[in-house]
Design a protein around this ligand. Structure first.
Ligand code: 13P
Length: 336
């Protein structure tokens, strides 16, 4: 077992999942603004420190993805944020892309940037305690999209990013997100997601990536948010498993899904069925942002001094997600 494979397994084994708390300051400002809290570095830290010091971290959270601002901040008791995360047994991670920018010679498609100077930034993050990283490529469906150009450009960048991250002794999370925005069918999502993931692995293999030290972070296979032909959770689970079985090399230890705008319960229910029906050898867990934090953030915004109640809600959500990552979730558990 390689060191990278060990780190990957530590993050995703035994029902543990990933807390994606790497919202950029822009995204975090939107999330905080929506609940009426001003987006200052202090407030962003306050909310995140509440989550990272929750009891449930030990039991459920194997890794936390941070944003550059947070990895450099200190807790109220003077610890660094990576120290706080490691003290609960979770692995600190860091988002290292610099965002999705307009892709030249395409219509309204994006390419994720951040390769310039990445090797140096990675060394700094490793010293700060990070042992895994994230890079997100984003694709939309509709009007001939995603184009071959967008798929090629983003998978090329994901592979070059992964090579630099492994060179620095960290595990790359490879996140090709096919967005649920639009009125496309689940079958279109299946076809496009399969094409994107296959292309990513083609590029990863070409760049000599150790696949046993990679975590894939894909979307689930869903009908578009505006589609009139939604499919059941059972169908979502079968299509998602089939897509991954056909496009992910077996050396990859695990898959950690993004929630992508699904509600907390939808994302949990779908993950649960994916695990119940999982006939692959991949570990299938969560790397949720909104589906882990939404209710806790809403509660916190009502009284930012009420740490206990915010943690109670986060603890519950994390527990539900971990049950789902083991195929043991049920809607009754939500009300206990
Ligand atoms: P969501 O679960 O809110 O989609 O966020 C996950 C993530 O990290 C997106 O890059």
């Amino acid at each position: 077992m390689t060191e990278l494979n060990k780190i990957a397994l530590k993050i995703i084994s035994k029902g543990k999942g990933i807390l994606a708390a790497d919202e950029s300051n822009g995204t975090m400002s939107k999330r905080l603004g929506a609940v009426g809290v001003s987006s200052t570095p202090e407030n962003r830290l306050k909310f995140r420190e509440i989550l990272f010091s929750s009891d449930i971290m030990n039991e459920c959270i194997g890794g936390v993805i941070l944003f550059d601002e947070t990895i450099n901040q200190f807790t109220s008791s003077g610890k660094t944020i990576p120290e706080l995360i490691s003290s609960s047994g979770a692995v600190p991670g860091i988002k290292v892309d610099t965002g999705a920018k307009d892709l030249a010679n395409s219509t309204k498609e994006k390419v994720t940037e951040g390769l310039d100077g990445l090797r140096e930034r990675l060394k700094k993050y490793y010293q700060l305690g990070a042992r895994f990283t994230k890079w997100r490529g984003v694709f939309s469906i509709g009007n001939e999209k995603p184009s071959e150009l967008a798929i090629h450009s983003n998978s090329h960048a994901l592979a070059r990013y992964s090579a630099l991250v492994q060179e620095c002794g960290m595990v790359p999370i490879v996140e090709p997100e096919v967005l649920m925005d639009g009125d496309h069918s689940a079958d279109e999502c299946y076809n496009k997601t399969s094409e994107v993931i296959k292309k990513c692995f083609e590029q990863l293999i070409f760049n000599k990536i150790d696949l046993s030290g990679v975590i894939l972070k894909p979307n689930m296979i869903l009908a578009g948010s505006l589609s009139k032909n939604k499919i059941s959770s059972e169908e979502i689970s079968h299509k998602t498993i089939q897509c991954l079985k056909n496009s992910v090399p077996t050396e990859v230890p695990g898959i950690a899904f993004l929630s992508g705008g699904q509600s907390e319960i939808e994302a949990t229910e779908n993950l649960n069925l994916i695990n119940k029906n999982n006939n692959t050898k991949f570990i299938m867990t969560y790397s949720f942002g909104r589906a882990l934090q939404q209710s806790a953030l809403k509660k916190w915004s009502k009284n930012i001094k009420d740490i206990e109640e915010t943690q109670r809600i986060f603890n519950h959500r994390a527990k539900m997600c971990t049950s789902a990552a083991q195929g043991k979730w049920s809607s009754e558990l939500e009300n206990k």
